[in-house]
Design a protein around this ligand. Structure first.
Ligand SMILES: Nc1ncnc2c1ncn2[C@@H]1O[C@H](COP(=O)(O)OP(=O)(O)O)[C@@H](O)[C@H]1O
Ligand SMILES: [Mg+2]
Length: 297
């Protein structure tokens, strides 16, 4: 599924002394099937953008058009004397369909778990979207398998699991209703290395099967290995949008967003500066780097 975002502005607590513009006039196109990274300092607006995309927040201004035909149009009316008149936020038409199309795994997955067993928790989504009990169970088991949780977990309480396991249950709960686009808000924070590796592989498989993925993360190594495109936000705006390797080399943007290029990228770039014609698009892993070095020598 593709999404066109046009002049999206989001203001929290509008009209109060606390009002805060978290998104400022953002326009971008999200291609169907792409794997996009979204990075930026804490408070730059990443989570707010994610919640506008999946209908949890309604834009203050601007328009979001989904290829499924859903349109959230909050383009302000311009009055005769040239002033903008904001539209009043209304319920989004086909909201439930929108929520089914876009699955979001929150930064704190605990907020997403409610039932007393893992299996029943993961069944909530499918049941909500009109699957019957047995369809929901099949979908839940499949989703739990995808995230690496076997039958031993079905009857456990989600609240007694480790942080990493809770996150897997939350992800399974989203995968179970088969969204066309998956948004993950800093999913690898607090995961041990092997869980993070599993998650990475799972995301790759999900994307290969055609699901569009938007990954919010500070880990540029992950972005290097997974994403074709990187968006960088600062203070409510998108300040860079391009191939990860081009942005990693852009010191000004990286500093603004407080991001470090992946170490392996820095090695590869250093070799390139010494005259080796490496293709930086292929050096995201040690194996890739080794192959490129051999090719060049
Ligand atoms: N519920 C809220 N109420 C008021 N302000 C908020 C709320 N959520 C976020 N903000 C503010 O909006 C800005 C963007 O926040 P957020 O989208 O959470 O950024 P990020 O995910 O990049 O850390 C920040 O200044 C934050 O303080
Ligand atoms: Mg956030």
């Amino acid at each position: 599924m593709s999404i066109q975002i046009t002049n999206l502005t989001y203001i929290y607590d509008r009209g109060t002394p606390y009002q805060k513009a978290a998104l400022k006039d953002i326009s971008l196109f999200i291609d169907s099937g792409s794997f996009i990274g979204l990075a930026g300092k804490t408070g730059s607006g990443k989570s707010t953008l994610a919640q506008n995309l999946d209908g949890l927040l309604i834009p203050t201004k601007g328009k979001i058009s989904y290829s499924s035909g859903i349109v959230v149009d909050m383009t302000p009316r311009v009055t005769r004397n040239g002033k903008e008149k904001l539209k009043r936020p209304k319920r989004i038409k086909r909201w439930k369909e929108l929520r089914k199309t876009i699955g979001i795994v929150f930064q704190f997955p605990e907020a997403q778990l409610f039932k007393n067993t893992v299996l029943s928790d993961v069944m909530v989504g499918p049941l909500n979207f009109k699957a019957n009990e047995s369809e929901a169970k099949t979908a839940a088991k499949q989703a739990l398998k995808t995230v690496g949780l076997g039958p031993a977990f079905y009857q456990r309480s989600p609240f007694e699991l480790s942080g990493g396991e809770k996150r897997k249950v939350a992800l399974a709960g989203i995968l179970a209703f088969k969204p066309k686009m998956l948004i993950l808000d800093e999913p690898t924070v607090g995961l041990d290395w092997s869980s993070a590796q599993n998650l990475e592989k799972t995301l790759m498989d999900i994307n290969r099967s055609g699901t569009t993925v938007l990954l919010i993360t500070h880990y540029m190594d992950l972005v290097y290995r997974l994403c074709q495109r990187l968006l960088v936000m600062a203070d409510g705006r998108v300040i860079a949008d391009g191939k990860p390797i081009d942005i990693f080399g852009d010191e000004e943007t990286m500093a603004k967003a407080s991001l470090l290029p992946p170490e392996i990228f820095s090695y590869a770039e250093c070799l390139r500066r010494k005259g080796l014609g490496l293709d930086l698009g292929k050096t995201a892993t040690p194996e890739g780097l080794a192959k490129e070095i051999r090719r060049c020598l």
